[in-house]
Design a protein around this ligand. Sequence first.
Ligand SMILES: [Zn+2]
Length: 269
Amino acid sequence: MIDAHTHLHPPRLFAAIRRWFAEKSTWGIEHQPTEPADVAAALRAAGVERFIFFSYAHKPGMARDINEWLAQTARELGGAGIPLATVHPGDPEYVRDLELALDAGCAGLKLHEDVQRVTVDDPRLDPIYKRIAARGGVLLAHVGPIPWSDPIGGAARVECVVQRHPQLKVVVAHMGAPESSAYFALMARHANLYLDTTMAFAPASPFALSFDASQIAAHAGRILYGTDFPNIPYAYGEERVGLERLALSAPELHAILHDNAARLFANFW
Ligand SMILES: [Zn+2]
């Protein structure tokens, strides 16, 4: 398996995130690992050969340090994990931040609209997207608020991005909830648009969605297995359990669990 959506953060940031979960949620995730080597070991034990990991800068002044930490961590993990960079357009040299991160081995950018207070179609990100596309990299975006409830116009914002940057490979996290149907329609028109499964299939997930198996089968070439590990309030294997319940064909399931990410990140392993 390749897990295309995991989180590693510098220690102080991770401690703050865990404090937030402890105070503001009932998830009870204190037992999940946070040290990169421990997270990598848990993934390996669960059958994950390789994974994509990222953090995020929720305010200006953090991105460059976070990216240096991500690149260094990737080196320490010996190639099992590939990082996606973060930028904050409030930083004076945010384009340079991205260039440095790509040079250091990051495979693209993770954007989290809600946490970063930046929308995916913010024109300040255009020079970022141009540079990522030129290197065959990937934008992975969490679009809209958490938890999602009402339609939030995210698919329309993503459409602006893929129209402006048709060569950019874009992965929308969490199956694009709550606008999955809009994304399926958009995928028919844009070949470089993908979704990830993160927290959408695990039966125990607070954000589980229900899909027709035929819908997933029809898009099996452009859905990436992802989990949000280690910040999940259930056992690691649950996301796969949910996917297996769809009774997809073996090639379809394998595409989602492995092949699509292997292809998408082929330049970076
Ligand atoms: Zn995530």
